[in-house]
Design a protein around this ligand. Structure first.
Ligand code: ADP
Length: 159
């Protein structure tokens, strides 16, 4: 049988326990997941794409069948290149919905062979975002409980 591979795209600046929760949920549905790190220059990420890849690779080494890669093209072109047909995205709060809905419909219009699957976050991570981690770190607060240990180390080094 053909393996079902899904792509989980995002900025991952940095990867958090909330992202890992979505990866674990995704692995229950798919044979493999590709964590696809968008360069996202418009978002002016704190970490370079290489740093984000390194953090994500370390964080997912405990899972089988998860790959990490960056991409700087249209997401649907990246999926076609990877011969994947499913985009996985996480949903936290209602405010995520509008943007995610627009993006899913746009991608569907551009590529009708690709579906977007939304996974609902664990309650404990509903408020957690990469932006929140960076804000706490910048102001000298504790954020270790929101990210894997390798990420906490890199964030501390950055500030
Ligand atoms: P993007 O710039 O594409 O929004 P992010 O790295 O912020 O990249 O998020 C990637 C995906 O992970 C998005 O679908 C986002 O909703 C989801 N996500 C981020 N944080 C969480 C979380 N705490 N719980 C569930 N999903 C999350």
């Amino acid at each position: 049988m053909k393996k079902r591979i899904a792509v989980y795209p995002g900025t991952f600046d940095p990867i958090t326990n909330g992202h890992l929760d979505i990866i674990e949920r995704g692995l229950k549905l798919f044979d493999g997941l590709v964590v696809a790190i968008a360069e996202s220059p418009v978002k002016e990420p704190l970490f370079t794409v290489d740093e984000r890849i390194k953090m994500a690779k370390d964080a997912v080494k405990k899972y089988k069948n998860v790959e990490v890669e960056s991409f700087d093209c249209l997401l649907i072109d990246y999926l076609h290149k990877r011969k994947a047909h499913v985009i996985v995205r996480g949903l936290r709060v209602i405010s995520d919905f509008e943007y995610e809905f627009q993006m899913a419909l746009t991608n569907r219009k551009l590529a009708s062979d690709i579906e977007t699957v939304f996974m609902m976050t664990a309650e404990g991570y509903a408020y957690l975002s990469s932006r929140f981690i960076k804000e706490i770190a910048r102001l000298g607060g504790r954020f270790d409980c929101f990210v894997p240990p390798n990420v906490a180390k890199m964030v501390k080094e950055k500030f």
